[in-house]
Design a protein around this ligand. Structure first.
Ligand SMILES: CC(C)(COP(=O)(O)OP(=O)(O)OC[C@H]1O[C@@H](n2cnc3c(N)ncnc32)[C@H](O)[C@@H]1OP(=O)(O)O)[C@@H](O)C(=O)NCCC(=O)NCCS
Length: 260
């Protein structure tokens, strides 16, 4: 069996990792992709450097050569999100991806759930993740042409992950994972972004569970991604207080998942 090593990626690796990532993701045209492409920043060395700053990013080594990369984000100790994995196409289907996932899990023995998204059309990754024990819990919706399957793997069913209850949400909490039902969605209003000057639509929804309810702030395309009575999960959201009212925000790095 091929034996890989995983070593934390460094700034100097960004160029090589971005080039391998480009080849790997662009090989998705063979497994259902509508055209060559990849997730945001997949082919850009500066984006890979940014991923190294904000996430746990490891290069995958085979005989001291880089053959791929894997990176994940931690939201507290118990829940991590796999944000990316790629293997150089000549090395596909030799078990490298599987080994990299197992090595990653081994680095974080306290993690109770791993989640990740993959495009619905990607027959290769869906087989890969399902074989590793991931189960679909919902959809991550994009535009009318795209949606992502949202997967979860519970690492040990005898110690299930306890999500935060809506009644426990307090101003200042961050990296929280919460589930609830959309109770109402108010009409959207327009606001000017302070950072870009762009006009954006924003709508307040109400999210409820058995313990309470909270305002959920929806931006732009998120507004049309949910409807009243949908069961949703917010991963890595944060709570702040706006005009004295607590609100749950999804933010740039959070996820809005429509549960099955
Ligand atoms: C996903 C990826 C990292 C897997 O790496 P890998 O080293 O080839 O993984 P493994 O060899 O451990 O396993 C690959 C599995 O996919 C299966 N597979 C390959 N092509 C497939 C296809 N067209 N349809 C279904 N399954 C396929 C293989 O048969 C193998 O499963 P098996 O062990 O049951 O035979 C690699 O395909 C890749 O880099 N893809 C492009 C980037 C990408 O999509 N990343 C994930 C983003 S969500």
């Amino acid at each position: 069996m091929i034996e890989i090593r995983m070593v934390r990626a460094e700034k100097k690796d960004a160029e090589e990792l971005a080039s391998i990532s480009k080849k790997a993701y662009e090989s998705d045209v063979e497994v259902g992709a509508p055209g060559p492409g990849g997730p945001p920043g997949y082919d850009s060395p500066s984006s890979h450097q940014r991923f190294m700053q904000f996430m746990d990013y490891f290069k995958i080594l085979l005989d001291d050569n880089i053959v791929g990369g894997i990176f994940a984000r931690s939201g507290g100790k118990k829940h991590h999100v796999l944000e990316g994995i790629f293997v150089d196409p000549p090395h596909h289907n030799k078990g490298i991806g599987t080994q990299a996932m197992e090595l990653l899990w081994g680095l974080y023995p306290d993690v109770q759930i791993w989640t990740l998204g993959t495009p619905e059309w990607n027959v290769r990754t869906r087989h890969f993740y399902e074989k590793l024990g991931f189960i679909q819990v919902g959809w991550e919706k994009g535009d009318s042409n795209w949606r992502g399957v949202w997967y979860q793997k519970v690492m040990d069913s005898s110690s299930p992950y306890e999500m935060t209850k809506i009644g426990e949400l307090k101003d200042g909490l961050k990296d929280i994972t919460v589930e609830g039902v959309i109770l109402t969605i108010a009409s959207s209003r327009k606001v000017t972004s302070r950072s870009t000057g762009k006009i954006l639509n924003v709508a307040n929804a109400e999210l409820g569970d058995a313990t309470g309810k909270i305002v959920l702030v929806l931006w732009s395309e998120q507004i049309s991604q949910v409807k009243v009575e949908d069961r949703v999960r917010i991963e890595f959201g944060y709570v702040n207080s706006y005009r004295g009212v607590n609100q749950l925000n999804i933010g740039w790095t959070g996820r809005l998942i429509t549960l099955l």
